[in-house]
Design a protein around this ligand. Structure first.
Ligand code: FPP
Ligand code: MG
Ligand code: MG
Length: 352
């Protein structure tokens, strides 16, 4: 596609800067330990849109709040060591994008071990290639590197926010793993888990870039709420796609959640229409024919539709957060706000 096409839309706006963030990760982190080159493939070759959602959101948010557009000097790869304090606000915000991707990839590496997943985004998972021990340690290494980079920001609030999102990721996984029969069938429990495993990292990283930019408590809160609502919408759509997309499209097996014993929003809503679904949810679909029967009821119910409506509410709330930010300082900031709103639509309409 011609370059002008590539630059359109929310992803195009900050693409060059994301490329710098990505390049720094590849150079400094993934090549340091040979096995991590494989981990780098998660980061570089995922579907064009899903892949850089987090860092794109963060750089768009940085610009949406900035008093002036970033200079072109920020479109070079930051070659300073992770432990060195970046002198400019923009470099510190780029670090948050980097740290967020590190945490995200680390959580996927660990998740694939926990889920015994053989594939990730259409490729063999790291655990499938190198085994669980290497995959766990690779994830730990990325987390360790993220901690060094985070502490170098010398901003206690950002350190606290990002550390809390780490805590939430682990808590979300534990909530999912240890849910009793009642919790497994509870929409409330599902939403709490969804916040922890997906929305918290988006919320806290968005808030961190606002905090590093020195913005007002209200704007910092709105940034956080934007990330939270986008995260909830994103995960709801993910859980819908588990029913509606093919394995090829997603790069992982379809109807995987039921097979893994998990009732997500579409199934939980379906159970309100078909109470006979409840015992299946509570025994985690482990009897012969449970998965097929549950899938059938979900498809006959309004479950997928209602989950989509909930996702749309969260996407609209996210857009509202952007509109409520204090007035944009420049046309550049305004354009980046429009892109943040565009992201809320893209999250809803994505197909993978
Ligand atoms: C993917 O969910 C998993 C997560 C979003 C978070 C996993 C978190 C941990 C394993 C806790 C450890 C955290 C860190 C930071 C090391 P999924 O399994 O539902 O989705 P999938 O289909 O993408 O695998
Ligand atoms: Mg998984
Ligand atoms: Mg999992």
């Amino acid at each position: 596609a011609p370059q002008s096409e590539d630059r359109k839309g929310p992803f195009g706006l900050v693409r060059d800067e994301i490329d710098c963030v990505t390049e720094r990760l590849r150079r400094d982190i993934f090549t340091e330990i040979p096995a991590l080159e494989r981990a780098a493939e998660y980061f570089f070759q995922a579907g064009a849109e899903g892949k850089r959602l987090r860092s794109t959101m963060l750089l768009l948010m940085s610009s949406a709040l900035a008093p002036a557009p970033p200079g072109i000097e920020f479109l070079t790869v930051d070659s300073s060591p992770p432990a060195e304090h970046p002198p400019s606000v923009r470099r510190r915000q780029q670090r948050i994008a980097e740290i967020t991707e590190l945490i995200h990839v680390a959580s996927l590496l660990h998740d694939d071990v926990i889920d015994s997943a053989g594939t990730r985004r259409g490729k063999k998972s790291l655990n499938a290639v190198f085994g669980n021990k290497v995959a766990i340690l690779a994830g730990d290494f990325l987390l360790a590197r993220a901690s060094v980079s985070l502490s170098a920001l010398r901003n206690p609030e950002a350190i606290m926010l990002m550390s809390q999102s780490l805590e939430h990721l682990v808590a979300g996984e534990i909530l999912q793993l240890t849910a009793d029969a009642e919790e497994a069938a509870s929409l409330d429990h599902y939403m709490r888990k969804t916040y922890c495993k997906t929305a918290s990292l988006m919320a806290n990283s968005c808030k961190s870039v606002a905090v590093l930019g020195g913005h007002s408590p209200t704007d910092c809160h709105l940034a956080s709420e934007y990330g939270r609502h986008v995260g909830l919408a994103f995960q709801l759509v993910d859980d819908i796609m588990d029913f509606t997309s093919s394995a090829d499209e997603m790069g992982k097996p379809a109807v995987n959640d039921l097979r893994s014993g998990l009732a997500t929003a579409p199934t939980l809503y379906a159970a309100e229409e078909f109470p006979e679904l409840l015992p299946l949810i509570q025994r985690r679909f482990k009897e012969e024919g449970d998965v097929e029967a549950a899938e059938e009821m979900v498809r006959r119910s309004r479950g997928l539709e209602r989950a989509g409506e909930l996702a749309a509410f969260h996407a609209a709330d996210a857009a509202m957060c952007v509109e409520s930010l204090s007035p944009a300082a420049t046309a550049h900031a305004k354009e980046h706000r429009a892109a943040l709103i565009d992201i809320t639509h893209k999250v809803l309409n994505r197909k993978k």
